[in-house]
Design a protein around this ligand. Structure first.
Ligand code: CS2
Length: 486
């Protein structure tokens, strides 16, 4: 039997294509060519093109790894999105990419492309913004050490625009940062302010032509595995080496502040609104915040996947408790969102066992993710004299996964979580628990204010001890009981 042909332009089945247009010209440069972008923005863009033609093809830029770029080129920039649910799977080919680059290999080409784009969009994860968690401002040392860091490339591209043609552009952050657009604008402004005199003046005056809309992005998109490759290839009838698995649910809410036009994304299902922040807070806290607790407790309980973890009654109850008691009171739920439906839908999405989203994936990079999820709601409750037990448990479970104290076997799923802070946290676990927690928070992980709150630190330390002595289910049960009694 001959191996099936590889996915490419000629071999893409028409029935899988999301639009039938000629290849569009490039209008968008997208930094961060990971699975999330390919199953989210690319799909909305393909649907928008199906409704309304336009030069909104996407030049995708991977940061360091050539793997996806090489595979995309080998497939003439075609790949499929495999929608997976317990009811079955389906496959679509967005066909919106017009080029692919690796920033670390070809930074000049990336800067040149940013200088010509009409939209520069980003999915570079929380980590990619080089934020110093202690100050919330730029980590200047990290930026100096890495000339190819996202913000360096964006600023160089904007400088080139300022110097050559001065045309307006939109920088669109699609990451899980609170106020992602405003935050990106602030960081770019900080970097501009650090430039030498004349360069600074030139860029600062040009920044008046750049908009940074806030946006809320949502779709659960796990890493690709051989099983997904086999399933996508079976459905397509041709071999796709880089399909992207994704849940059926998808949501994108964007501020309509585009300086140089945009695709007709409203036809692709995007909701445009004047104020994204209630949607962002709803998502970053109710979904992402609770997700972190499910991931860390689940990993400690030996669960490989989020559905396995959220199926454990104690962890499910703890997730419900942190969501309702600690996050929800801090969220201005948007008027058109029925919060009970939203919560029920979250638990259904977390139960998608066909998708198999892994605890190690959600648990990775906690040192930058938790800073977006935990401190503000925690400080809100502490200021009102209430202990946010579920947030304290999130931090305790995170520490146990990344820096397991003596006597705790955190298991293979915790060990597989990658996190830039692992190296600095791990040695601290040898300290007595209260000192361990104080030193860990003292690294600036969750900002300075929460680290200085002795009541919060004490509660985290108690919960670390509980996790070490009695395990994740017991700590989860204790949380549900404490919240019930409160
Ligand atoms: C998750 C998110 O990895 C994580 O931290 O909470 O990636 C989550 O799956 C997405 O934001 C869903 O939109």
């Amino acid at each position: 039997m001959t191996a099936p042909e590889r996915l490419a332009r000629r071999t893409t089945p028409d029935s899988a294509l999301l639009h039938q247009r000629e290849e569009p010209g490039t209008g968008i440069v997208h930094l961060g060519l990971g699975n999330f972008h390919r199953a989210h923005q690319a799909v909305y863009t393909a649907r928008a093109l199906a409704a309304q033609d336009g030069d909104w093809g996407i030049l995708g830029v991977a940061s360091r790894s050539a793997a996806v770029v090489d595979a995309l080129r080998a497939q003439e920039l075609r790949y499929s999105v495999l929608e997976v649910s317990p009811e079955g799977s389906s496959v679509h080919v967005p066909a919106v990419h017009t080029g692919a680059l690796v920033a670390a290999q070809d930074p000049e080409a990336v800067v040149a492309a940013i200088a010509e784009a009409r939209i520069v969009s980003l999915t570079v994860t929380e980590h990619g913004y080089t934020i110093d968690p202690r100050t919330g401002g730029l980590d200047h040392a990290a930026l100096r050490a890495d000339p190819h860091a996202t913000l360096n490339l964006v600023v160089r591209g904007l400088q080139r625009r300022a110097r050559t043609h001065g045309r307006p552009v939109t920088v669109l952050s699609c990451d899980n940062l609170v106020e992602n657009g405003a935050t990106t604008a602030r960081l770019v402004g900080e970097l501009a302010a650090a430039l030498p005199g004349p360069e600074r003046a030139e860029l600062e005056s040009y920044l008046g032509s750049v908009t940074f809309p806030n946006s809320m992005v949502d779709r659960i998109v796990p890493a690709t595995t051989d099983a997904y490759r086999a399933e996508a290839s079976r459905l397509l009838g041709v071999r796709d080496e880089i399909p992207v698995p994704a849940e059926p649910f998808s949501m994108w809410v964007v501020e309509d502040a585009f300086a140089a036009g945009r695709p007709a994304w409203e036809h692709g299902g995007v909701r445009f609104t004047a104020d994204v922040s209630p949607y962002e807070l709803c998502k970053v806290r109710l979904l992402n915040g609770t997700h972190s607790l499910i991931a860390y407790l689940g990993a400690l309980a030996g669960c490989d996947t989020i559905p396995q973890s959220s199926a454990r009654p104690a962890i499910r109850a703890a997730a419900d408790a942190v969501l309702r008691e600690d996050y929800l009171p801090t969220v201005p739920v948007p008027a058109d969102v029925d919060v009970e439906d939203y919560i029920a839908q979250l638990f259904t999405r977390w139960s998608n066992s066909a998708l198999g989203h892994r605890t190690r994936q959600v648990g990775s990079d906690g040192s930058v993710k938790l800073a977006q999820r935990v401190p503000e709601p925690a400080l809100h409750h502490l200021a009102a004299g209430r202990m946010p037990h579920g947030l304290a448990l999130t931090v305790a479970a995170y520490l146990c996964c990344l820096a397991p104290p003596a006597g705790l076997d955190a298991g293979p799923h915790a060990a597989a979580m990658s996190d830039p802070a692992r190296g600095s946290l791990a040695p601290l676990a040898a300290l007595p628990t209260p000192e361990f927690v104080a030193a860990a928070l003292g690294t600036g992980l969750l900002g300075t204010e929460l680290a200085e709150h002795s009541g919060f630190r004490d509660r985290v330390a108690e919960l670390v001890d509980l996790l070490v002595r009695h395990g994740a289910d017991a700590a989860a049960r204790e949380l549900a009981l404490t919240e019930e009694a409160a």
